[in-house]
Design a protein around this ligand. Structure first.
Ligand code: PLP
Length: 397
């Protein structure tokens, strides 16, 4: 059984703060500083350029990829790390469309994260061919999968509502119609027990600074189904995806396996911070994380609904149908969230009226949930949010 009391002590959370935004940016791990310092002093400082060989920096994206693979039910050597999620989404879309020579449609739903949709729009504009991006309502995704669809891409857990899509059903329909599937795990990795091997999905991408606690801007990951990878053009063809980068050949020949999805030089210092968090992830079982997350989200939903009837729950009530966050809509949600933050309960806000609270068993426990719902109830019952200082919009909400 995973020891969440222990993991909680391994994160730095400021005194008195209840941090319910690990779905946006995970907290600092206590070992990150030493881990980064080690990389700076003992590796970069002492080894300089020889660190690429001596410290194993070149292999680091795949080693870290293997550690993430374990958390998303993927086999070893199917995941690599680098770039940002937006870039990895673009790369997966481009590879998919290139593979599907005669199919012209990229299909997604209107609840998908804007950056994923922008990546598809940019790609289609660039192709100047008769490709089309089709955006449908979430509930109409499946009925829109047909033999014209090159690839369908969606985010398994909706960033706004916390709704979990039926990935299994979507993938099954896609397979029947010969469409590829790109699954965005931004709100799944480290949050729920997604199993990529069982899903037999074609591509998966995700970020490491949310539930995986890698730190602001830590690199993204990409998974490609081992049955597909070697017949795929990586599309963002950089030298580190080449079969022999140090031949400096003018002809791009992709490496075999997941290596071909690599692009350029690994972010060694950022990866050190991520590794500090993965050390903690190594001590827990993702099934325990999921089970505890369901208990915490249930507790929060019940507590808030009982005390704050004016808040509208927009997250599915059935645990299987949600990820690890709970969202409420309220006309003055932005101001309410600012009042929460002032009182030490940190969540965030998504336009137009959504308050998001993320639940991360690694450092949030049932006492935190109880306290957070009490603080929220006090803000609502006394209209404490109704203060001009809580109306001012910050750049990041
Ligand atoms: C967080 C998130 C992103 C962010 O992409 P970056 O390139 O890391 O800024 C993209 N897509 C989804 C679904 C997200 O949740």
């Amino acid at each position: 059984m995973s020891d969440f009391l222990k993991t909680k002590s391994q994160f730095y959370i400021p005194e008195g703060m209840i941090y319910l935004d690990g779905n946006s940016l995970g907290p600092l791990t206590k070992t990150a500083q030493d881990r980064i310092q080690y990389t700076l002093n003992n590796e970069w400082g002492e080894m300089l350029v020889t660190g690429w060989n001596k410290a194993g920096w070149m292999e680091q994206p795949n080693k870290v990829g293997d550690r993430i693979a374990r958390l998303i039910g993927a086999a070893s050597k199917t995941v690599t790390v680098g770039d940002t999620l937006s870039i990895k989404v673009f790369q997966a879309l481009a590879s998919a469309i290139n593979y599907q020579k005669n199919r012209k449609v990229l299909l997604t739903d209107a609840s998908n994260f804007p950056s994923d949709i922008y990546a598809a729009q940019g790609l289609i504009n660039m192709l100047k061919a008769d490709h089309e991006l089709k955006i449908v309502n979430t509930d109409n995704l499946i009925e829109n999968i047909n033999e014209n669809v090159a690839a369908i891409f969606f985010t398994e857990v909706d960033y706004r509502t916390g709704r979990r899509y039926d990935a299994k059903k979507i993938i099954k329909t896609a397979k029947q119609n010969g469409a590829l599937v790109i699954l965005d795990l931004a709100h799944s990795a480290g949050a729920i027990d997604t199993n990529l091997t069982e899903l037999d999905v074609d591509f998966a991408v995700g970020c490491t600074y949310k539930y995986l606690n890698g730190g602001p801007g830590s690199p993204a990951f990409i998974y490609v189904n081992p049955n597909l990878i070697n017949s795929l053009e990586p599309c963002l063809s950089g030298w580190l995806g080449h079969e022999n980068p140090f031949d400096f050949s003018l002809q791009y020949n992709p490496a075999s396996g997941i290596d071909r999805m690599r692009v350029g030089t690994p972010p060694v210092i950022a990866l050190a911070a991520l590794e500090a968090s993965l050390d903690i992830w190594e001590t827990v079982n993702i099934k325990d994380v999921r089970e505890t997350s369901i208990q915490l989200t249930d507790q929060f939903i019940k507590g808030v609904e009982q005390k704050c009837p004016m808040l509208q729950l927009i997250t599915p009530r059935i645990p299987e149908n949600r990820g690890s966050q709970v969202s409420f809509s309220f006309k003055h949600g932005y101001a309410v969230m600012q009042a929460c933050i002032e009182r030490g309960v940190i969540g965030d806000f998504r336009a137009p009226d959504v308050m998001r609270f993320g639940f991360t068993p690694l450092f949030v426990d049932s006492q935190d949930v109880e306290r957070a719902s009490e603080i929220l109830a006090e803000i609502m019952s006394k209209d404490l949010w109704n203060d001009p200082k809580f109306q001012k919009r910050n750049k990041v909400t």
